[in-house]
Design a protein around this ligand. Structure first.
Ligand code: DGT
Ligand code: CA
Ligand code: CA
Length: 585
């Protein structure tokens, strides 16, 4: 599944996008008590567009006539044309102006359609998320007809995820904003050094706020004033000569500390955290008869360290500890015993085992993907477009996959240093069967099995489903194992430990999907897989050339999971990889 259904600037509206617009129109019309026939027309149109064989926007932009679609007359054709050419739909914008904003927000919750929004309004006067939350908490919601315990539970979960989203940010979004501000601070007069600290430096999957440490030997107040003039600052919440808190226009909060050279390392250590790691370090300092704070390590009045992080750790009798490990999960003991892992780096990767081309949901051709991978210096790239089930016009059936395999053979003859591997992202059906026949799977080097539907099964059913899929002789890698979408969808109920153990028995592998919205496996299960001796594939799940760069996020997560080069499948040479894949059969 594409992890990012977000619309990026410049992307063409695809059929899914158009269908979604029509569905939203139908929902809003229903909220307005519009004519039922009109509402139904938009619902039918959505279904029709979704089922279309061709991409409508591409047809229109190529000047071709639209194919005949059931239920799409002149008026809807005109709307499709407008959406395709401008990305906008005036009717939808009009409706957005008419329907109360709170009701639109309610509509975006899962399991809440127009009828329930009406009911909430009519019977409880609820027409905003806040009012719904209140009704849920006070127990009033439970009295409403049709709002059983299961639905209440689901709503509670959805509301909690929403409020988490308001507070936290994807690492990729935090990183972009941090880099822009970092550049700005770099350019200010008197700045000797500036570093990002906090959870972003520890490369956590989501980030609450940004933390910066700035080093100057000059006047701190002057520097702070210059810093607060950053054009994207929306609000200064607190400000002093050496520390400030501000909010950017995006809503992101930023904490800034300015320190002198003698304390830069200790301030960086302190603000990088985590809090638990800092507390453990301070305890250690005390047992050594010293004191650790953001200014340095002190014995009495004497400063032993503080200028650098290395020096600060050293004064505590420890080697430098990578930020990704600083969670008080055994890293201090490991450091003490000189047993810190040598963490994996992006340069250790020899290839990527999960990506998509234009034949599936991707944007680029097979050849373009291959050449980009070759330029990255990789030895191999596995092409893994979706299998038929996700299709609705897109997934590969056996025939189209077979043609792609022939194309891979031809390209492999042409390519110098890169080898394309034959793969497929195959749906794991609800009963645990794979979505393609063994006769075609047998022709593949890699079968990336994925749960892309029925994510709500019970833990027992979901676990059984996945173990069964792994039992296929052709199964090689379990894609995005938990199914979570950060800030959007929680992980499936699943006995991950059982999945990991089964992978070891079967000799197959789990994926660490590097899409910033997935980062799935999480760090905890990465470490568990390592301990159980199951290799992970750090995969980009690229849908376009630039997505290969997303592997960095996967590497960050892998490092948080203590992974070393040897723990990762795609650090192996092609020969070693082929041997491991052969053994998994
Ligand atoms: P976040 O922003 O929620 O993603 O997570 P962090 O880890 O960036 O947390 P944040 O921004 O509250 O604080 C940044 C670092 O500053 C934190 O990792 C440790 C340090 N810090 C903040 N408040 C305290 C505190 O009350 N005590 C201690 N020891 N350290 C703190
Ligand atoms: Ca922070
Ligand atoms: Ca902070």
């Amino acid at each position: 599944m594409p992890a990012h259904p977000r619309t990026d600037a410049g992307a063409l509206p695809d059929n899914e996008h158009i269908a979604h617009v029509f569905e939203e129109i139908a929902d809003l019309l229903e909220l307005e008590d519009a004519n039922p026939f009109r509402i139904r027309a938009y619902r039918n149109a959505a279904r029709s567009v979704r089922g279309a064989e061709a991409q409508l926007t591409a047809q229109i932009r190529a000047g071709k006539p639209l194919p005949k679609l059931p239920g799409i007359g002149a008026d809807l054709t005109e709307k499709i044309r407008t959406i395709s050419l401008t990305g906008r739909c005036p009717l939808l914008e009009l409706l957005h102006g008419e329907v109360p904003a709170g009701q639109i927000e309610l509509l975006q919750l899962p399991h809440i359609g127009p009828r329930r929004v009406h009911q909430l309004h009519r019977e409880l006067g609820v027409d905003s998320l806040a009012a719904l939350q209140e009704a849920l908490r006070s127990g009033r919601l439970a009295h409403l007809h049709g709002f059983g315990p299961r639905l209440l539970d689901q709503l509670d979960k959805a509301l909690r995820i929403r409020s988490a989203r308001e507070r936290r940010h994807l690492q990729i979004d935090a990183k972009a904003q941090a880099e822009a501000l970092l550049n700005f601070i770099h350019g200010l007069e008197g700045v000797e050094q500036v570093r990002v600290a906090g959870s972003l430096r520890r490369r956590r999957d989501t980030v609450g706020d940004l933390d910066f440490v700035v080093c100057t030997q000059g006047n701190t107040q002057q520097l702070m004033n210059a810093l607060l003039a950053y054009p994207l600052v929306a609000e200064v919440m607190a400000s002093g000569a050496t520390r400030s808190s501000l909010r950017l226009g995006s809503g992101m909060q930023v904490d800034v500390r300015i320190v002198g050279r003698e304390s830069f390392g200790s301030a960086l250590l302190y603000l990088t955290g985590s809090k638990a790691h800092s507390i453990a370090l301070r305890r250690r300092a005390r047992t050594l008869g010293c004191k650790l704070n953001e200014y340095g390590v002190f014995r009495g009045a004497e400063q032993l360290a503080g200028e650098t992080e290395e020096g600060t750790y050293q004064a505590l009798g420890l080697p430098w500890i990578a930020p990704e490990l600083r969670e008080d999960n055994g890293e201090i003991a490991a450091a003490e015993g000189n047993l810190l892992p040598v963490l994996i780096e992006t340069a250790d990767l020899c290839g990527d085992l999960h990506c998509h081309t234009r034949a599936g949901y991707g944007r680029n051709s097979l050849r373009e993907m291959a050449l980009a991978a070759q330029r990255l210096g990789w030895e191999y790239l596995a092409i893994t477009d979706h299998s038929q089930r996700l299709s609705i016009g897109h997934g590969l059936d056996a025939g189209r996959l077979a043609r792609q395999l022939d194309e891979i053979d031809r390209l492999n003859d042409e390519l110098d240093s890169l080898t394309l591997l034959k793969g497929c992202e195959v749906d794991i059906l609800p009963d645990g069967k794979l979505d393609l026949h063994d006769s075609i799977l047998a022709r593949l080097d890699i079968v990336v099995g994925a749960v892309n539907s029925n994510l709500q099964l019970s833990a027992k059913q979901q676990t059984r489903r996945i173990l069964r899929a792994m039992d296929s002789a052709y199964f090689t890698i379990l894609a995005h194992p938990s199914g979570r979408l950060l800030l959007e969808r929680e992980a499936c109920a699943l006995d991950m430990h059982a999945v990991i153990r089964h992978a070891r028995q079967r000799g197959c592998f789990l994926e660490l999907n590097a899409q910033p919205q997935r980062l799935d496996l999480d760090e905890y299960h990465c470490r568990l897989a390592k301990d159980e001796g199951v290799l992970l594939s750090i995969s980009s799940d690229a849908h376009r050339l630039v997505d290969f760069a997303l592997l960095d996020f996967g590497i960050g997560q892998a490092r948080r999971g203590w992974l070393e080069r040897a723990d990762v499948l795609n650090t192996r040479s092609l020969t070693q990889l082929r041997e491991l894949l052969r053994r998994s059969r």
